[in-house]
Design a protein around this ligand. Structure first.
Ligand code: OXD
Length: 297
């Protein structure tokens, strides 16, 4: 039995070692050394060469290494195959830490206090104002976990979703719903899948709906945001700040005007990466369902 790990943009050695230890009777083939493609029955895919699974005639199912599946959605060779994604506890926790880090840092004036400190200034910036609102664009497994952590901290939470409702947080839909959530939020958090419907959901038009004091936090996919329109909106003060962890092109090219903006925080797609141990456990469970389970029955 063979499992292929086709992960191209990061080191997968540790993951493969864990998989070998947990599945001692299974051959783990690690991209680019897929020596026996005809043996592969299960594949873990991340930024894989599109169409590579055409070389795996015995393939029974695939999983994304992470939460996002856009790299699989665009690969027609996968249609008809069971497809999974992996959202581990560590992925959810790291994502919540990243979003809260930026929300709290702004809400509690961390940067202004730091600047005051260096000028030996003692001045209170806190104001008696209502708790701020965090608006989630997308409220799936990751979004609702992060939303709960924000609500625990006392923030008001609301969301835009394609259709689904949530028992605790008001959800709005469609174009008017998006306008309402963006317009009411102090922090707009993008945590939704990328599809033809959500590509450039933040564009020249929707950027006019932001409060001037609002922050955009994109931890989903770069293509959710029209970067040229965002650059313009940030330069013209349509919103206060953007925290971008994902970009239309990664690594973000040196020529991108985003680097030159003052009111932006750029991180290299690190908001949340699951640890190899939890990811390996999730892969083993899926593998056993599809391969051992199938063979036994
Ligand atoms: C993911 C990611 O989708 O890391 O898990 O972007």
């Amino acid at each position: 039995m063979t499992l292929a790990v086709v992960v191209t943009d990061r080191d997968s050695d540790q993951l493969c070692q864990q998989l070998s230890a947990m599945l001692p009777h299974v051959e783990i083939q690690q991209w680019p050394d897929i020596g026996a493609p005809e043996e592969v029955e299960f594949a873990v895919l991340w930024q894989h060469p599109v169409g590579i699974t055409k070389q795996f005639p015995r393939l029974k199912a695939v999983t994304s290494l992470g939460a996002g599946t856009d790299h699989m959605d665009k690969d027609t060779a996968l249609s008809g195959l069971p497809q999974h994604r992996i959202v581990t506890d560590s992925l959810k926790q790291l994502m919540a830490q990243f979003v809260l880090l930026h929300v709290l840092s702004d809400a509690r004036h961390q940067l202004p206090y730091y600047l005051q400190q260096h000028k030996k200034q003692w001045q209170v910036l806190e104001q008696d104002e209502p708790m701020k609102t965090v608006g989630f664009i997308g409220l799936g497994a990751l979004g609702s976990f992060v939303a709960d952590r924000c609500a625990d901290m006392g923030f008001r939470v609301l969301a835009w979703t394609a259709q689904s409702e949530h028992e605790e947080y008001p959800c709005y839909h469609g174009d008017s719903g998006l306008k309402q959530v963006i317009g009411e939020s102090d922090y707009v958090v993008l945590l939704l899948p990328l599809s033809d419907q959500t590509r450039h959901i933040i564009n020249e038009r929707s950027l006019t709906w932001f409060k001037k004091e609002a922050t955009l936090i994109n931890v989903a996919r770069g293509a959710h945001v029209d970067e040229a329109a965002l650059c313009q909106a940030l330069s013209q003060g349509h919103l206060k700040h953007a925290v971008l962890d994902v970009f239309e092109q990664e690594p973000l090219p040196e020529s991108s005007p985003l680097w030159d903006l003052e009111n932006i925080t750029i991180t290299p797609h690190i908001s949340a990466r699951s640890d190899a141990g939890q990811t390996a456990l999730a892969i083993v469970e899926l593998f056993n369902n599809y391969v051992s389970g199938y063979t036994k029955s």
